[in-house]
Design a protein around this ligand. Structure first.
Ligand SMILES: *Cc1c(COP(=O)(O)O)cnc(C)c1O
Length: 502
């Protein structure tokens, strides 16, 4: 079985899981994939009734075979402990005739915590030990983790990496384009190794600039010579971000069996609010490992580039960019789609490279009909405009007495309007706490609010009988530490200066 990783765009590199995690992105700009995916199957039946941590050890052991069981156990313990508000980590709850999987009970109240609590643990174990031939030289080496965020990744990465030895974290977010709560979450972050900076531009501008910085060989050489720093990524293109997300699909399924909703072996549909395609791609990985995933439904917001792709076969990024109430899904280039194209074309690196060249050169690509048909046997799609998001929040509350955030609401809308597959239970992945977007949620529920986001939180708590997570409510009186605003052109220098401080 092949457990090495190589690029979606070529087979030249052959890396261990550790090396792929440390490096983040392949040298040719592609994403790391392993051809051994699915060679080892994971039986979900023995997971019924097991704690999340046990399921995580089992699934991660198969996806990252170059980590020892002892190492993975230590990573899992550190990542999924008392910092989570629910001991089930990702609890499954009934929602009418369907189910909702809460992925937001972590320290920053967004689903990205699932991956970003454990990524720093993986990263810390990439410096030395077996599986890393670089040995001592690598142990001296420091890593600067670099991330562009549309809102949630930034804080989750900061919370995960703050004060981690041998690692720095730099986060760029688009000025004025994240919610007040999201902004405060980032600007108040403490830690000796953290840098947070607003940039003038939108998320795609910032993300493209980060990709250019990764490709800047001069900069890489200067960081290496000057301070033994190499750059890595915490964006969902990193293998170490993707694989922890496979775990909650197994956990959800085991919980469905545990509550008698299905028998082991029955197929389940997952509806996933989607931006960069990482969350839903993890569902595909789960299927490759043997989980009975009957259908994966992509739910987009008004930036419905994936909906158009999945209905026409043409991916076209040359379109207006809309700022919506679901900023973490306001994305025109869904990076992880590249991995899906790789697997559905049976590993055709030439095809993937050509498509990505088209995307860069022409702003669009089209896949062959046969490939689109194959993709559509598993993936379906829908999207919600702003009015529909707002009505979905209200409808979900009215029917189920359950408050959802605007991202989850895109999924709720799509699920409510899609034909149900006979006998196939549906699980909606809930990606953020409604308290991260209290103003939008209050407005949707018809709760009158005139004050700050914190007054909105209190209003929401009072009306819904739920409680705002302490990490969010406490931001009102936290000290802002990071107030830089720079142009896109200044990002490389900013990274260099932050790296010199490591
Ligand atoms: C990141 C994010 C998403 C989108 O997830 P992808 O893996 O990028 O598709 C959806 N909702 C919220 C709240 C997020 O933070």
């Amino acid at each position: 079985m092949s457990t090495t990783f190589h690029s979606t765009r070529g087979n030249d590199e052959a890396l261990t899981g550790r090396q792929a995690i440390r490096q983040g992105l392949a040298g040719d700009g592609g994403l790391f994939v392993s051809d051994g995916l699915g060679d080892r199957q994971v039986d979900v039946a023995p997971m019924v009734g097991q704690p999340y941590q046990a399921i995580a050890r089992r699934v991660l052991g198969v996806l990252l075979p170059d980590f020892s069981a002892t190492e993975l156990d230590a990573c899992v313990r550190a990542a999924y402990g008392a910092q989570w508000l629910d001991p089930a980590i990702t609890p499954l709850k009934p929602l009418g005739d369907d189910y909702i999987l809460e992925l937001f009970n972590g320290p920053t109240s967004a689903f990205k915590d699932v991956a970003l609590q454990i990524l720093p643990q993986f990263m810390a174990r990439t410096a030395s030990g077996d599986g890393n031939p670089a040995g001592d030289a690598a142990a001296r080496e420091k890593v600067m983790v670099l991330t562009a965020t549309s809102g949630d990744t930034g804080k989750a990465a900061l919370a995960g990496f703050a004060d981690t030895a041998g690692t720095g974290i730099t986060v760029f977010y688009p000025e004025g384009k994240v919610s007040e709560v999201q902004r405060l979450q980032m600007t108040t972050q403490a830690g000796s190794n953290v840098s947070v900076c607003a940039v003038r531009g939108n998320f795609d501008d910032a993300q493209s600039a980060v990709k250019r910085i990764f490709g800047d060989r001069d900069l890489a050489a200067r960081l290496e010579d000057g301070n033994h720093v190499s750059l890595s990524s915490a964006n969902s293109i990193n293998v170490g971000r993707l694989v922890p997300q496979v775990v909650y699909y197994f956990s959800a399924y085991a919980q469905l069996v545990g509550r008698g909703a299905i028998e082991a072996g029955d197929e389940v549909e997952f509806v996933v609010p989607t931006g960069n395609f990482g969350d839903i791609l993890a569902g595909y990985y789960a299927k490759r490992l043997g989980l009975p995933v009957g259908r994966l439904t992509v739910a987009s917001d008004r930036n419905n580039v994936l909906f158009d792709f999945l209905t026409t076969g043409t991916y076209d990024r040359e379109r207006p960019f809309f700022e919506t109430t679901s900023p973490s899904m306001d994305i025109l280039v869904s990076s992880n789609l590249e991995r899906m194209l790789y697997y559905f074309s049976d590993g055709d690196t030439d095809l993937v490279r050509g498509l990505m060249d088209d995307l860069r050169g022409k702003g669009s690509f089209s896949v062959p009909d046969a490939l689109l048909r194959r993709i559509r046997t598993l993936f379906s799609c829908g999207w919600a405009d702003e009015g529909q998001v707002s009505r979905a929040i209200a409808d979900c509350w009215k029917r189920n007495r359950y408050v959802i955030d605007p991202h989850t609401a895109c999924g709720y809308h799509v699920m409510a309007h899609a034909p149900r597959q006979a006998g196939m239970p549906r699980v909606l992945l809930s990606t953020a706490s409604p308290y991260k977007f209290p103003r939008v949620v209050c407005w949707a529920l018809g709760l009158t609010t005139t004050g700050t986001d914190f007054e909105c939180m209190d209003r929401l708590a009072e009306a819904s009988g739920t409680k705002a997570p302490g990490n969010l409510r406490g931001l009102e009186h936290a000290t802002e530490r990071h107030t830089h605003v720079i142009d896109i052109a200044g990002m490389a220098d900013y990274v260099r200066n932050a790296s010199l401080r490591l």
